[in-house]
Design a protein around this ligand. Structure first.
Ligand SMILES: Cc1ncc(C[n+]2csc(CCOP(=O)(O)OP(=O)(O)O)c2C)c(N)n1
Ligand code: SF4
Length: 302
């Protein structure tokens, strides 16, 4: 006799992120995973996740919040493990996208060597970094993605060094596709996922991922914060094809950078020189606009 569970309506496929994950309220990852799921549709991914909040998301064995095959990799090795999975898939004639889902620690810092190696070999994987600018899972230590001035548990007086420019590092590898993703710009996010899906080889996606726990912000303001980061120019939304051809997707509109910083207590209690931040934003935009003019992306390329 069949049970109620067996006879209940079953969706076409399981959700990538099921209800009941361990993510904090307002975590950028939760929305990012849902949009990733929606963008991939029937094309179910295999997830490869290193040590980070994203692997804790699954919850306690024997249950899991991930509704797709998910491999837990060591902190440094997501791109290497993803490479292995994609090669086996190819041998088996499968074409499920292999998505490495890593925090900034597993991308900008300890994961960089295996990412660089996989990018240089142009392995057929999507490397997705949810950048919360902190080591969230282990208590909020600084990473090389933490912006200057920000207070973390290892920079109680504010971080001195500036945020690493990971997009330029990936572009220098001449990967087929690299793009930044905003949780406040859904259409742009979805279009870029579609481009990433169509493209073969190494694809790099960078999402600014609010972390209310580490940013000391209100969980309800996460998407709003991303919007302020984009509109002030702090987080440029753009894409790079083949490492050389640049396209800026959302223009800054003069929103003061304070709209972003004042809503997070990680910026409080330290003297962050916003003139320096503004100068860095100017310099970044000059670089991007120069690249876009010198090496434009063909109009019809979507
Ligand atoms: C080799 C190694 N060093 C340290 C750790 C402990 N560790 C686990 S997750 C983590 C931080 C991950 O930070 P990030 O990649 O930014 O992701 P988040 O936790 O913010 O989601 C650390 C230091 C580990 N698992 N392996
Ligand atoms: S600590 Fe931050 S990144 Fe980790 S689950 Fe909580 S909100 Fe998300």
């Amino acid at each position: 006799m069949s049970t109620v569970a067996e006879t209940a309506h079953k969706p076409e496929h399981d959700c990538l992120l099921r209800p009941g994950s361990t993510n904090c309220a307002g975590c950028g990852m939760s929305l990012g995973l849902q949009w990733l799921d929606e963008a991939l549709g029937e094309n179910r991914p295999v997830m490869v996740i290193p040590a980070c909040c994203g692997i804790v998301t699954a919850g306690k064995f024997p249950t899991t919040a991930y509704g797709v095959p998910t491999v837990a990799a060591t902190f440094a090795a997501a791109a290497a493990v993803g490479t292995g999975v994609s090669v086996v898939q190819e041998l088996n004639g499968d074409d499920h996208p292999v998505v490495c889902w890593a925090g900034d620690g597993g991308t900008y810092d300890i994961g960089l060597a295996t990412i660089s190696a996989a990018a240089e070999r142009n392995e057929n994987i999507i490397f997705f970094c949810y950048d919360n600018e902190i080591y969230g899972n282990t208590g909020g230590q600084r990473s090389s993605a933490t912006p200057a001035g920000v207070r973390t548990t290892t920079t109680p007086f504010g971080k001195v060094e500036t945020k690493k420019d990971i997009m330029s590092i990936m572009a220098a590898h001449r990967v087929p596709y690299a793009a930044t993703l905003s949780l406040a710009h859904r259409d742009d996010f979805m279009r870029k996922l579609a481009t990433a899906r169509r493209t073969r080889g190494f694809r790099f996606l960078l999402m600014l991922s609010p972390c209310p726990t580490g940013w000391k912000s209100e969980p309800t303001q996460s998407v709003e914060l991303v919007d302020y980061a984009v509109r002030s120019g702090l987080f440029p939304v753009y894409e790079v094809f083949g490492g050389t051809h640049y396209r800026i997707n959302v223009r800054r509109d003069g929103t003061p950078v304070e709209e972003f910083t004042q809503r997070q207590r990680r910026y409080r209690g330290v003297d962050v020189d916003l003139d320096i931040v503004r100068a860095q934003i100017e310099q970044r935009w000059q670089f991007l606009e120069t690249m876009e003019r010198a090496f434009p992306v063909a109009e019809d390329r979507r």
